[in-house]
Design a protein around this ligand. Structure first.
Ligand SMILES: Cc1cc2nc3c(=O)[nH]c(=O)nc-3n(C[C@H](O)[C@H](O)[C@H](O)COP(=O)(O)OP(=O)(O)OC[C@H]3O[C@@H](n4cnc5c(N)ncnc54)[C@H](O)[C@@H]3O)c2cc1C
Length: 413
């Protein structure tokens, strides 16, 4: 192909991975009149899609805003259960804290949404999009940046692409990041997370619970009438044993660890366990490739921040791309990508340290530490200013927000 032909056939942006984060970025960029290809290894709308499985996702207030701005919140809202307050407690100790939406003046602190609902809303819109071409199955095998383009090679060559910019949103599953020198610092936790739907005999009144148990943190998120999504961090062997217990016995263990604050647990759905880890990239950029979402950072689900962090990557990267197009800059240039990366590094680290710190403090039974912890929760409960600060941070409302996270279109009308 001649140089001129190559330019003619080049795409502006190739997104590798059409999971929750990759698909969200494609829709965020849709209004920009760019040519966009999404390459996804799992066939369209297939049950094996790992990004849209049985788990529920707690969305922050600012993530709701992003979905509003990209025009799919109305589809998600029908299945979204609002969280009005959060009760935090420590098993066997007196301290507890109550966090309420009135502290930050929002309709909700966040929303609990089945990840399948998010996936379907995203894919339905992508299916109808003209500027976005979603290719699936298309397994990307290699990436190579040169002065002008990044060459993206697909396993069977049918969807090979040349692009100005490649966005790696493969969830860190493939070896692509490593192949191009995007190295991850990885830490795996000895615990796993057991996830299930549980029913109680009481209305939840949109209250979520975070309880620190002798095994690890246990979260109950309101997910429907008298229904909670349970995420319980447990040592591997305990989780395996709990996952296999008869329903009655599992419910009684849960009741013992959680108490009766949310009523009597009367039913449990399918139980799944997930390995959890923490990964961090020093530099999410290599050549014309930038990593976002789980490809760039994985955090423990204890604070429900992983996808929210990925959606903030989407909002920030989209804003950098729109600025670059307005100033006729090359989308994949180091100047554009490093501006994005420098900006994201601080927030990503902050969230990672916060979730890792929570686990260290609340999964430790050193004598004295549990008393301090309990006193800390009690003191926090009497400090509305500190609670407001904490909630604004976890709701994604701290610091300068990109346009999408404020619910605004990428380009002012
Ligand atoms: C138990 C649990 C509970 C969680 N709860 C929450 C929560 O409450 N709130 C929250 O914000 N986050 C939560 N998370 C985190 C959240 O699920 C992830 O952050 C999110 O799914 C990451 O999305 P992603 O698109 O970056 O990656 P993925 O979901 O991994 O998607 C990557 C996509 O890339 C595709 N792909 C991979 N390799 C290739 C290749 N070579 N070529 C083409 N395509 C490829 C895959 O098929 C997939 O579709 C939770 C996680 C777990 C495990």
């Amino acid at each position: 192909m001649s140089g001129a032909d190559a330019v003619a056939h080049a795409t502006d942006v190739v997104i590798i991975g059409g999971g929750l984060v990759g698909a969200s970025l494609a829709l965020a960029l849709e209004p920009l009149e760019l040519s966009i290809d999404v390459l996804e290894s799992i066939p369209f709308n297939h049950d094996a899609q790992p990004s849209f499985d049985e788990r529920t996702i707690a969305l922050t207030w600012s993530s709701r805003r992003v979905f509003e701005a990209i025009g799919i919140w109305s589809e998600i809202a029908t299945d979204a259960c609002p969280i009005h307050s959060i009760h935090v407690s420590d098993q066997g100790h007196f301290g507890c804290t109550h966090l309420d939406r009135s502290l930050i003046n929002t309709d909700a602190l966040g929303y609990v949404v089945p990840s399948r609902t998010l996936g379907h809303a995203l894919l339905n819109r992508l299916q109808d999009s003209i500027p976005i071409r979603y290719h699936a199955p298309a397994v990307v095998a290699s990436l190579q940046s040169d002065r002008e383009f990044v060459n993206v090679q697909v396993d069977n060559a049918s969807h090979d692409r040349k692009a100005r910019l490649a966005v790696l949103a493969d969830g860190g599953r493939s070896a692509l990041g490593q192949q191009i020198g995007i190295c991850r610092l990885e830490k795996s936790y000895p615990e796993v997370v057991l996830v299930a739907m549980v029913a109680t005999d009481q209305d939840h009144q949109h209250r979520a619970y975070e309880r620190f148990t002798q095994h690890g943190p246990l979260a109950l998120l309101p997910a429907g009438p008298q229904r909670f999504a349970l995420a319980w961090t447990l040592p591997k062997t305990t989780a395996k044993a709990y996952a296999e217990l008869p329903n009655e016995e599992f419910l009684s263990r849960l009741q013992m660890s959680f108490g009766e604050r949310a009523g009597v647990f009367c039913n449990v759905g399918e139980r799944n366990t997930y390995a959890v880890g923490l990964t961090e990239l020093y530099q999410p950029v290599s050549g014309r490739v930038v990593a976002i979402g789980n490809a760039a950072h994985i955090v423990h689900p204890v604070a429900g921040q992983g996808f929210n962090l990925g959606l903030r990557d989407v909002a920030e990267l989209a804003e950098n791309i729109v600025n670059a197009t307005e100033h006729h800059q090359d989308l994949g240039s180091m100047a554009v990508l490093s501006r994005y990366a420098d900006h994201r590094r601080v927030q990503t680290r902050r969230v990672q340290h916060f979730t890792d710190g929570l686990l260290r403090i609340f999964s430790n039974d050193y004598p004295g530490l549990n008393l301090l912890r309990s006193a800390g929760l009690q003191t926090l409960d009497m400090m509305p200013g500190v609670k407001r600060h904490l909630l604004r941070r976890t709701a994604g409302l701290r610091g300068p927000l990109p346009r999408l996270a404020r619910g605004l279109p990428l380009r002012p009308n």
